[in-house]
Design a protein around this ligand. Sequence first.
Ligand SMILES: Cc1ncc(COP(=O)(O)O)c(C=O)c1O
Length: 366
Amino acid sequence: MNKKINWWQPQFGQEEQKLILQVLNDNYPNEGYYSSLFEQKIAKLVGAKYAIAVTSGTAAMFMSLKALGIADGDEVIVPDMTFIATANAVDMCSATPVLVDIDPNTLTIDPKAFKKAITSKTKAVIPVHVTGRAADMKTILTVAEEYEIYVIEDAAEAFMSKYKGKHLGRFGKTGCFSFSPNKIITTGQGGIIVTDDDELHVRLRELKDQGRPVRGTGGDDIHHSRGYNFKFTNLQAALGLGQLTYLDERMKRLVKTHEIYADRLSELDGIEVLLFDTGEEELPLWTDVLIENREKFIDHLKSLAIDCRKFWHPIHTQKPYKLSNNNFPNSTHLASKALWLPSAYTLVEDDINYVCDGIKSYFNDS
Ligand SMILES: Cc1ncc(COP(=O)(O)O)c(C=O)c1O
């Protein structure tokens, strides 16, 4: 087989083309009718009262924090193993991200480390559902309630994934999803905040549009508060609405891909596939594995035209948030072993079996 096996690949079809053409014909590329329609569909899909579409998952988290009044002098607890956007969203509010270690079994925030890091300045925690795998929301919510801390979910990778039957993103004060190109649906860039809170909803609408409760002519509008421009355009929404039509099919494909990996690689000692609770409808956006000598493994797969993605460096090792390894034994230990196998919904069973054969040949040859 000579086909290149991509780690991920977005795909677009005729639905998006049709909808984008409609937006162009309407001559209204700004936020508008299609943006609202997209918001309504997402709210319905995850069972939220409100969905507020914005320019990115990072903006969704920043706005959630900002709307809750988090500011200079406040601390927000963030897991060490996540995309750096989670910490940057806290920094955008001039608050301090306080990094804590992860649970080695799920790669999500360690609830004990979270509890230990709480101080009188702690205002919020951002559990991250890495790869669509749920953080321990039961414990996190209990601790957060005890200490009166807001929970904002970084569900960037967890759209349509559930925790014990309930959609991720629906446990905290807000849930934040991303629609960047390596997600199950993409709008190029884009994100959405879901919440049931009436007041927060009003505040978020103002924040995303220069403090205006209602957009008028742009000339003599009344601005109630300070705000920004995080509007989500009709063009982005047209992409998103088109993408939603393939959602069921993609979800099934992602579950199947993970099942094949979990099944076929289970007999190998040198690689651990991190499992999902698919019975409770946890959705594996990608398949993540742990492996020693990661570089050698990646080189082997590359020689077979198979592409993987390495996990992020722990945030505490990145220059803007640099700390010693002392408080992060799990993220430090696991980051160099963690890797995402090809998980694109465009891959078919034969492709995944080809990857599994390639992985088996690595262990047989070495
Ligand atoms: C865990 C996580 N958090 C936050 C983000 C940021 O989302 P965005 O790129 O839409 O700003 C991403 C990914 O893109 C992510 O994977």
